[in-house]
Design a protein around this ligand. Structure first.
Ligand SMILES: N[C@@H](CCC(=O)N[C@@H](CS)C(=O)NCC(=O)O)C(=O)O
Length: 227
């Protein structure tokens, strides 16, 4: 019997959320015959200065970020490589298209978020920014700017690739990156009505069970008032 994978996560961490959708997507599609289940290990990014910065977690990820996934006797960090590992070892319901052009489009859109938005508005970055400027209000202004700029690019690119989802009619890695980023966009006051294609894709995704299950409100560490 293989060990149960352990996902180190925080309920509203967008990068952990991508992996949760990945996991649920496989589980959802595989139904009874492919049982990927995991233990959820909460890493509270806020409490006591952040559990991600405690030695116990830094031994798992020296960069002090979630997610980390212990699976098949390995410890992996970085959400996109984790999802690619799941894809390669559990390939039945792919999140990357076979066609090289579509595959590149999926990776391109994923990177708009993974490199072009998420790291710039990550917790450690905005904390440092506010520390340097001495103004806590800068955190929201900064995040609002970078998220808006990135989503503008995503909207333009996705208009050329979208079917029902970001690339064609199947859920891909790009959708896994998009949905968590939209949550952060809303938290930072970005008006999503300026992105009609993104909104239409998000509506499609949110109807799927895997996206519902991965939502922050459905995580064990989500505070009762945010459920
Ligand atoms: N590139 C990493 C990003 C991970 C990341 O930034 N995680 C955030 C939560 S979404 C985090 O743990 N932040 C903690 C901090 O900034 O102190 C990935 O995709 O896994």
């Amino acid at each position: 019997m293989p060990n149960t994978p352990v996902l180190y996560s925080y309920f509203r961490s967008s990068a952990s959320w991508r992996v949760r959708i990945g996991k649920y997507f496989f589980l959802f599609c595989s139904l009874a015959y492919k049982k990927i289940d995991y233990a959820y290990q909460s890493v509270n990014l806020i409490r006591n200065g952040g559990e991600q910065l405690k030695k116990e977690f830094l031994d798992i990820n020296p960069l002090g970020q979630v997610p980390a996934l212990i699976i098949d006797n390995n410890t992996f960090t970085q959400s996109l490589p984790i999802i690619e590992y799941l894809e390669e070892t559990r390939p039945e319901y792919p999140l990357l298209p076979k066609d090289p052009v579509k595959r590149c489009q999926v990776r391109q859109l994923s990177e708009v978020i993974n490199s072009g938005i998420q790291p710039i508005q990550n917790l450690a970055v905005i904390k440092k920014l506010a520390e340097m400027t001495g103004n806590p209000d800068d955190k929201t202004k900064w995040s609002h700017f970078w998220i808006s700029r990135g989503l503008e690019a995503y909207e333009k690119l996705v208009q050329k690739t979208a079917g029902k989802f970001s690339v064609g009619d199947d859920v891909t890695l790009a959708d896994l990156c998009l949905i968590p980023q939209l949550y952060n966009a809303t938290r930072n006051g970005v008006d999503l009505s300026q992105f009609p294609t993104i909104q239409r894709i998000a509506d499609e995704c949110r109807q799927l069970e895997c996206f519902k299950m991965a939502d922050p409100s459905n995580q064990p560490d989500c505070p009762a008032d945010l459920k």
